[in-house]
Design a protein around this ligand. Sequence first.
Ligand SMILES: C[S@@+](CC[C@H](N)C(=O)[O-])C[C@H]1O[C@@H](n2cnc3c(N)ncnc32)[C@H](O)[C@@H]1O
Length: 381
Amino acid sequence: MTPAARIAAAIEILDAWREGTPVEKVLTNWARRSRFAGSKDRAAVRDHVFEALRNLNSFAALGGGESGRAIMIGALRNQGQDVDDYFTGEGHAPTPLTEAEQTAGIAEHVVDLPAWILPQMQGSLGEDFSAIEQAMRQRAPLFLRVNQARTTRDKVIAALAREDITAIAHDLSETALEVTENPRRFAASAVYRDGLAEIQDAASQAVSDLIPIEGPVLDFCAGGGGKSLALAARGAKVTAHDISEARMRDIPERARRAGVRVDIKSLPALKKAPKFATVFADAPCSGAGSWRRDPEGKWRLTEEQLQKTLTTQAEVMRTAAGLVMPGGILAYATCSLLEAENDAQSSGFLADHPGWSEVSRHHFTPLQGGDGFFLAVLRKP
Ligand SMILES: C[S@@+](CC[C@H](N)C(=O)[O-])C[C@H]1O[C@@H](n2cnc3c(N)ncnc32)[C@H](O)[C@@H]1O
C-alpha cells in the first residue's frame, strides 16, 4: 500500500469506530477485507489509528471536523506534512481537499480528554497536569521485565542485541528494559521464548518491586498474572486469584516459561486457607494511567462506569483485607491517575478500618516514562 492508501484505510477505520464498533474489531474486519495489505501495511494503519485516538480532539481541531477524514487531515498537519501530497485522489489515496477543508481547522492547543473527566484529571494531577496530558499524546515505549529468577539485565541486553533488538536499562526498576529498536521482533525472539524477559510496563514493574514480601503473597486480582510472575521472580511464594478464571488462563504456561511457581485459588478455597502475609489487590480501574497504550479507553469510559468502578475497588479492598494475617500487608494498586481511585480509596479504607496504618504511598505518571500507577501499602493491626 502507498502511504496515502494507508491514510485512506485509517480514515475508513476511524469512521467505523466513531459509529460505535470497538477499534480492535474494526481493525480486524478491515484486515480481513484487505487481503492486499501486508504485515507492514497493517502495522502502519494501526499506528495511524492509535495515534489519532491518542490525539483525537487536537487532530479534529487541526483538521476542522470530527470525521475520520478531518482527523487524518489534522494528523498530517500535526506532523507538519503537506496534506495535498497524500490527498491526491490517485490510486487508493483520499480525494483532494475541498476549498472548505483547505481553510478549516485551528492550531490552538486542545486537551485530548473527554470534557467530563477534565476537572477530575486537573484536580488529581495539579501542576503536572499539562505535562502529563502532553506525554499521554505520545506512544508508550515497549518495556520488558527481565526475569531475575533466570538471568540478569545485562545478559538480556546482549541476547537481544544478537537478535537485532536494541534495549536499554530503564530507571523505574532494576528489571526494566526499554526497547529502542525493532520492538516488533521481541514476540518471536529466543529471549521471550526461553522465558528470559517478557513484556511489562516499567511502572508496573516498579509497583511489583515495592510490594513487601514478608511471607506468602496473594495476588488477589491477578488477571493474566503479570505481577504474580514478577513477585514470584523476586522469590515470593505466590498464590493467584481473579474473579475471572478465564483471565488467569495463561498463568500456568507463563509461569512454566519463566521457571517460577504460581498457585491458583478460588475465593472459597482462599477463605478456607491460612491468611497471607501480603495480599496485593491490583484493582480494576479506569485504566487512565495506560491510555497511551489503550487510547480508546479514554473515550469509552463514562461517568457511570467510573462510579461503579469506585464501588468495586472499595469492595475488593474490603475482601482482600479479610485475607491478610494480623500484622500483614494489604497492597492496593491501580493503573489510574485519578485521585478518586487512588488516594481517596486508600484514605477511605483507613478511615473505615481502625488500627490499620499506612506504610507508604507511591504515584507514578507517564512523566517517569512508564504508565500511570498508584500503590498504597497498608498494614493490618
Ligand atoms: C488491573 S487488572 C489486573 C492486572 C494484573 N494484576 C496484571 O498485572 O496483569 C484487574 C483485575 O481485577 C479483576 N477483578 C475485578 N473484580 C474483582 C474482584 N471482585 N475480585 C477479584 N478480582 C477482581 C479483573 O478480572 C481483572 O483481571
